[in-house]
Design a protein around this ligand. Structure first.
Ligand code: ADP
Ligand code: MG
Length: 492
């Protein structure tokens, strides 16, 4: 029978033939399936991709070939509620038994009562998936590394605004969540006193300089840090990767070593001065006394007073220079405090000062050196009286914290100490008084240290000062490594 076709039918047939050839020769797999997933048509690429001849697959369900873990994905192939065209990724078994990754675009066949299955075009994306997985693993490894790095690592905009920060960074800045930092500028945290110097260096950070500065956290804590800027592209934006190393502890150690060195030098100096001055001073004092006896004179009285003051300073200096380890015996803190307070009887009357005792010690015996401890309380009460030029109350408290520790407090309602000065207390010769030596607190600090106790200053300007001393009953119970900077600090 001769079949004739019209020209338009002819061109359609031509198109169909072209498609057929394309499907036949393609390296992608073309397949059509019944609604339950069985192969109805399989293009020859199945041989190349899966190792099956086309006809071997006919009637086999795609469910049986897919990886058990991916069967839920396959279900969406047949789900007629999903959009008509759907793309899924899953693993499919080759004839040899191993699996490859397929990317399948499936189209539901509609409007055909007898054929309500679906049509698939699939390609092998194994290489892509493996590369992607490796990339993800790499990213995860890098992320873990950065998150747990002991320096702060983060990303900031060119103007210094945080985009990301690792775990260490959150601890350094005292936040718990990245959200608290995002949108905040790193440079705003630089201590106001250093901002001026820092700006010059910030301008240069394009050249990978290191910036050493103090960061002031919102809770007031200060951190001494070293910041490094490395230009990077982050999500197509020009940014800087910052690495911040916290040098606070290192700085503290340096400071402590400096102080130890200072103490050592002062000690040596003190011993020298004391020895050199004592002898001529004794002579001067003796002859002055003789002169006064011969002919009393108000100028000589002043000279005598000043000589006594020099003697006082010298005995302070000698105390510094003396070796710290001395004889420790059982002493009664109640007696030490009582004796010391008695010494101030006339002086307190003179300055309109009331000294109140609140000594509640059930057990007041400790191991220590009575004279040295008295020296501590003499210095503290003296300071308290000097802090109240118009009179006031000095409260001396003592309590047992527990079996092993006694706490004493010397509380005054005097002029107080400004915050910025508190950290300088205990430095040799630091004094705000016209006739001060600046050695009192330093000596107290050293004596308490030798008793393995702690010494804390808490002061509010124009309100008063509390000096708290903790003493262990037995030296062995105290802190072994009682470092100067820790001992002399402001409470709360
Ligand atoms: P000095 O009494 O010779 O000045 P100190 O070492 O005893 O030396 O004290 C050092 C400084 O600490 C004082 O000059 C003073 O500024 C401050 N200071 C110490 N104790 C008090 C106090 N109770 N109230 C106010 N300021 C104090
Ligand atoms: Mg003093």
């Amino acid at each position: 029978m001769l079949i004739t076709t019209t020209p338009s039918e002819n061109s359609l047939l031509h198109e169909i033939e072209m498609f057929r050839t394309y499907i036949h020769d393609s390296v992608d797999l073309f397949s059509s399936h019944s609604s339950d997933g069985r192969f109805v048509y399989v293009s020859p690429a199945s041989q190349y991709l899966l190792g099956f001849e086309s006809n071997e697959l006919l009637g086999v369900s795609i469910y049986d070939l897919c990886h058990p873990e991916d069967s839920s994905k396959i279900e969406s192939l047949c789900d007629r509620n999903l959009p008509q065209t759907e793309r899924i990724f899953y693993r499919i078994r080759k004839k040899e038994g191993d699996y490859i990754w397929f990317e399948t675009t499936r189209t539901l066949l509609v409007n055909k009562k007898d054929r309500d299955g679906f049509f698939c075009i699939s390609r092998d994306v194994t290489a892509l998936m493996v590369a992607e997985k490796a990339l993800k693993e790499n990213e995860e490894r890098y992320r873990l590394l950065v998150e747990n790095f002991q320096d702060t690592v983060g990303i900031v905009t060119v103007d210094g605004f945080w985009i990301h920060m690792n775990n260490t960074g959150r601890k350094l800045f005292g936040v718990t969540d990245n959200k608290e930092m995002i949108g905040k500028c790193l440079f705003h945290y630089i201590h106001p006193n250093e901002k001026k110097n820092a700006t010059n260096e910030i301008v240069q950070y394009y050249r990978e300089t290191t910036l050493e500065c103090t960061l002031l956290r919102s809770d007031g804590q200060q951190k001494y840090v070293e910041i490094k800027f490395i230009p990077t592209l982050y999500r197509e934006r020009e940014t800087y990767q910052v690495v911040i190393r916290d040098l606070t502890e290192r700085k503290k150690t340096e400071h402590m070593m400096q102080r130890a060195e200072q103490l050592h030098v002062v000690g040596q100096l003190a011993a020298g001065i004391a020895h050199e001055i004592r002898n001529p001073l004794t002579t001067i004092k003796g002859f002055t006394q003789l002169l006064i006896q011969d002919e009393p004179n108000k100028y000589l009285d002043v000279v005598m007073q000043e000589i006594e003051r020099v003697e006082e300073i010298i005995s302070d200096l000698l105390l510094l220079a003396k070796p710290p380890i001395s004889t420790f015996e059982e002493v009664d803190m109640r007696k030490i405090l009582n004796d010391t307070i008695k010494l101030f009887y006339s002086e307190s009357l003179l300055h309109n000062i009331e000294i109140i005792q609140e000594i509640q010690l059930t057990n007041s015996i400790i191991k220590g050196e009575a004279n040295k401890l008295k020296q501590v309380y003499i210095n503290l009460i003296k300071n308290a009286i000097e802090a109240m030029p118009n009179g006031g109350k000095v409260l001396i408290k003592a309590t047992n914290v527990n079996e092993t520790v006694i706490i004493t407090e010397v509380i005054d309602e005097g002029i107080g100490i400004p915050v910025d000065r508190i950290k300088r207390l205990g430095e040799p010769f630091y004094s705000t008084k016209e006739k001060g030596t600046g050695l009192g607190l330093m000596i107290c600090d050293q004596i308490i240290k030798n008793h393995r106790g702690t010494f804390k200053v808490h002061s509010i300007e124009n309100k008063g000062t509390i000096i708290t001393i903790q003493l262990p009953k037995n030296m062995d119970m105290g802190k072994k490594n009682n470092l100067p900077i820790k001992r002399l600090k402001r409470k709360g």
